[in-house]
Design a protein around this ligand. Structure first.
Ligand code: HEM
Length: 222
């Protein structure tokens, strides 16, 4: 009986429930929590934008790899593409030479390596796991984070383009369709489990990223 009931839970619901505490870990990581509470600096915000650049470069390169994959393709749309916005943000925040002024922290290197490995292996489920963790987050809490950063650092509409999805008028409706697509993915129980594990790993990278950024900040203040 229990097995039957478990199978009735849509995959997207199981995924959200199974990742709830990992989400909480990322959301409340000290570096992010400080930024949200107004205890972070503009430099802290810029450091985060820089790490996002490496992560989305990897994610969006992987999206090109999977563009014609039957499982991954329904999730891939230019409406989500963040790299050009990140580059415009970095140019505004750091200057035209931003590329020579940023470096990845160790967690970002590991995060990027993992996304590259998944692309090289052609594992569509793993790609969807990373795609979901970043973009659904950006369309959820990210919408609030962007407004808060703009207000805190008096950026107006500059330097926060990453959080602005010009082509997605209704993020809630977009997320509903995305969840329907997750539920329609042709994964058996074992693959569904592997995808959930990969989402948990993606959350861990995001939490560890905040730990690294806090350590880098402490080191530069010393
Ligand atoms: C201060 C930081 C954060 C805040 C305030 C926040 C807030 C939220 C909120 C309110 C939702 C629910 C939206 C809804 O029900 O439609 C949400 C969903 C989500 N967040 Fe976050 N979040 C934060 C950080 C993160 C991070 C670091 C990640 C991972 C990169 C992330 C990934 C997600 C995902 C994937 C969802 C969608 C869950 C689902 O409905 O399946 N969030 N977030």
């Amino acid at each position: 009986m229990l097995t039957v009931m478990v199978e009735l839970i849509p995959f997207s619901t199981a995924l959200r429930e199974r990742s709830r505490s990992a989400h909480s870990g990322s959301e409340h990581a000290g570096f992010m929590a400080d930024l949200m509470r107004g205890n972070g600096t503009r430099d802290d915000y810029v450091a985060l934008v820089a790490q996002h650049w490496y992560i989305y470069a990897a994610l969006e390169a992987a999206a090109s790899t999977f563009a014609t994959d039957p499982i991954a393709a329904p999730f891939i749309t230019a409406k989500l593409t963040r790299l050009p916005a990140l580059e415009a943000d970095l140019e505004y925040l750091i200057g035209a030479d931003w590329r020579t002024r940023i470096t990845p922290v160790p967690t970002t290197e590991r995060y990027v390596t993992r996304i590259d490995e998944i692309a090289d292996a052609g594992w569509a489920g793993g790609f969807v796991a990373h795609h979901y963790t970043r973009y659904l987050g950006d369309l959820s809490g990210g919408q609030f984070i962007g407004k808060l950063m703009s207000r805190q650092f008096e950026l107006g509409t500059n330097g926060i383009g990453f959080y602005v999805f010009d082509e997605i008028a209704d993020p809630a409706a977009f997320k509903d369709v995305y969840r329907e697509q997750l539920d329609a993915a042709p994964w058996d129980a074992a693959e569904a489990e592997r995808v959930i594990d990969e989402v948990l790993l993606a959350y861990q990278f995001n939490t560890d990223l905040f730990v690294d950024l806090a350590a880098a900040k402490a080191a530069s203040a010393a």
